[in-house]
Design a protein around this ligand. Structure first.
Ligand code: PGA
Length: 249
């Protein structure tokens, strides 16, 4: 049985005061068992939030990392630094990184590999744009994004990784994929991994992301191949995030 995972991606939001209040509320309301919970604050607050989470069962993650090992790379953040700050997970290839900051499949694969080398669990984000869905090439796009990483690190590496399917048209738009639409792509992702290694595919957690809310979380999480969620906007509101965690638990 794959344990459900709910990860909150705070994106470029928050400040010290808001972070403290949000974490306090999460600690007070979190369900005790049944799902793993992670939050991913912006880099400057990893230390603060990590400290606040100490001794709780909420894990810490980062939103990205450098594809390089420590060295002369101004303003980059190395995997080792994230580990040093207590991170367990790191998002890789989020669609905002791909669309707004030019991250391509090769770079995403390099970051995924770096995360693994340092002992972090990469959460590989994949997903199609609206135009790509309308053109009927969702499966091709997702397969391309997935295989770019498999080609670099091998399928066995996915036994220490998580995949998040995030249709770009559903992110921050309030337009959630239906449970059936999401399940179809999740099934395809697991199938692609299973064709290479059935055991790795069986254990792989595949999260859904894109306008997950308290009201739609349960239907999404009850699908056979949906193992939790990557939550953006709703992760900034304690009651909403807690309700999504309860749906997963
Ligand atoms: P959203 O973001 O929940 O605000 O749609 C999801 C994500 O980008 O991970």
């Amino acid at each position: 049985m794959r344990k459900k995972l709910v990860a909150g991606n705070w994106k470029m939001n928050g400040n010290s005061r808001q972070n403290a209040a949000l974490v306090e509320a999460l600690k007070a309301g979190l369900p005790l068992q049944g799902c793993e919970v992670v939050i991913c604050p912006p880099f400057p607050y990893l230390q603060q939030v990590g400290g606040l989470l100490n001794g709780t069962r909420i894990g810490l993650g980062a939103q990205s990392l450098s594809q390089y090992a420590p060295g002369a790379y101004t303003a980059e953040v190395a995997a080792e630094m994230l580990l040093d700050l207590g991170c367990k997970y790191v998002l890789v290839g989020h669609s905002e990184r791909r669309a707004l900051f030019g991250e391509r499949d090769l770079e995403v694969a390099a970051k995924f590999e770096r995360a693994l080398q340092a002992g972090l669990i990469p959460v590989l984000c994949v997903g199609e744009t609206l135009e790509e869905r309308q053109a009927g090439i969702t499966n091709d796009v997702v397969a391309r994004q997935l295989m770019a990483v498999v080609d670099r690190v091998g399928v066995a590496a996915f036994s220490s990784a998580v995949v998040a399917y995030e249709p770009v048209w559903a992110i921050g738009t309030g337009m959630t994929a239906t449970p059936a639409q999401a399940q179809a792509v999740h099934g395809q992702i697991r199938g692609a991994i299973a064709a290479l290694d059935p055991e790795v595919a069986q254990g792989l957690r595949i999260l859904y992301g894109g306008s997950v809310k308290a009201q739609n979380a349960e239907d999404l999480f009850s699908q056979a191949d949906i193992d939790g969620g990557l939550i953006g906007g709703a992760a900034l509101v304690a009651d909403d995030f807690l309700a999504i965690c309860r749906a997963a638990a």
